[in-house]
Design a protein around this ligand. Structure first.
Ligand SMILES: Nc1ncnc2c1ncn2[C@@H]1O[C@H](COP(=O)(O)OP(=O)(O)OP(=O)(O)O)[C@@H](O)[C@H]1O
Ligand SMILES: [Mg+2]
Length: 277
């Protein structure tokens, strides 16, 4: 490890310029940290607030669903298959139209922004499936991740390699040749290339062994400690809630339980219904 906080330096300048990109957005109410203009107080850094909506003209999948994450914190969404966890993530990232509710980033209403514009605002997203380019090398994947940047990306790439040293070793290899855990590292690294202020991960540990899962969680904690907010869906509910500042149990597109990770782990009903007793 070259430093305990590989993304720390970025926080001081780059993130600011992403959330407050200058001339074109001079009128934005968003400044830096601190009080936000919306709702008259410092709300969560990112919130999908009372989201109701579904795919195309289909029935609603989300029903008044709220998920949020604070700066530098880890928020975890758990729930049964088909509960709408991925749909909630897509809604927050702008891949889905919600007809009620709003998404706010640092106090700014971004409900109508495209996913690409949300990336420009500082959001990074690793979807549940197809989250890497398998026929490209590891390094090409990272380069693709930096698509919105015109500046020198080498420093960020080195930070990603410091976080995931195996990727430096395999930088010239096709991503499709990597193990499941290594692919997930590529996917997370790819999302970090835009220097996001919030990183959204949909089941980052899917299909990996318990040891690899623990390692990935450690890296995710490391990223959060640099001040990047993490909003994560996890199938490994127990382990994920153990590292969560905030936890959400979704059932049929609705918030069923919300609390700190520890509160949810201790809740008898949550334990019985969602954590296997
Ligand atoms: N692209 C889509 N078009 C239409 N319906 C969809 C689409 N994607 C998901 N759905 C539906 O939305 C509902 C919620 O699915 P979603 O993928 O959000 O669940 P999930 O909680 O992420 O499940 P899992 O744990 O299996 O990943 C399901 O009924 C699913 O069939
Ligand atoms: Mg899902």
């Amino acid at each position: 490890m070259s430093g305990e906080t590989p993304y720390q330096d970025d926080r001081g300048n780059r993130d600011r310029s992403i959330t407050n990109p200058g001339p074109a957005h001079m009128g934005d109410p968003v400044t830096t940290h601190g009080p936000v203009t919306k709702a008259g107080g410092a709300g969560p850094f990112l919130i999908g607030d009372g989201m109701t909506g579904g795919y195309g003209r289909g029935a609603d999948i989300l029903h008044d669903c709220t998920i949020a994450v604070d700066t530098g914190e880890i928020a975890v969404i758990v729930g049964p298959n088909g509960a709408g966890k991925s749909t909630a993530m897509k809604a927050v990232f702008g891949m889905l139209n919600i007809h009620t509710g709003a998404v706010r980033l640092n106090g700014e209403d971004i409900t109508r922004l495209s996913p690409q514009d949300r990336v420009r605002k500082g959001m990074g997203f690793v979807p549940q499936t197809s989250n890497i380019f398998t026929s490209m090398t590891v390094e090409e994947n990272l380069e693709m991740g930096a698509f919105i940047r015109n500046d020198d990306i080498r420093e960020t790439m080195e930070q990603v390699y410091d976080l995931f040293p195996i990727l430096r070793e395999k930088r010239r290899q096709n991503a499709g040749e990597l193990s499941g855990g290594q692919r997930q590292q590529v996917a997370v690294g790819r999302a970090l290339m835009t220097k996001p202020s919030v990183l959204m991960l949909d089941e980052p540990t899917a299909g990996v062994s318990p040891i690899v899962m623990d390692e990935l969680f450690d890296r995710i904690i490391e990223v959060a400690r640099t001040g990047i907010s993490i909003l994560m869906v996890e199938q490994n509910a127990r382990q994920a809630l153990a590292i969560a500042d905030k936890g959400y149990v979704l059932v049929q597109g609705r918030n069923a339980f919300t609390g700190t990770g520890q509160e949810l782990l201790a809740d008898p009903e949550v334990r019985k219904s969602f954590l296997g007793g």
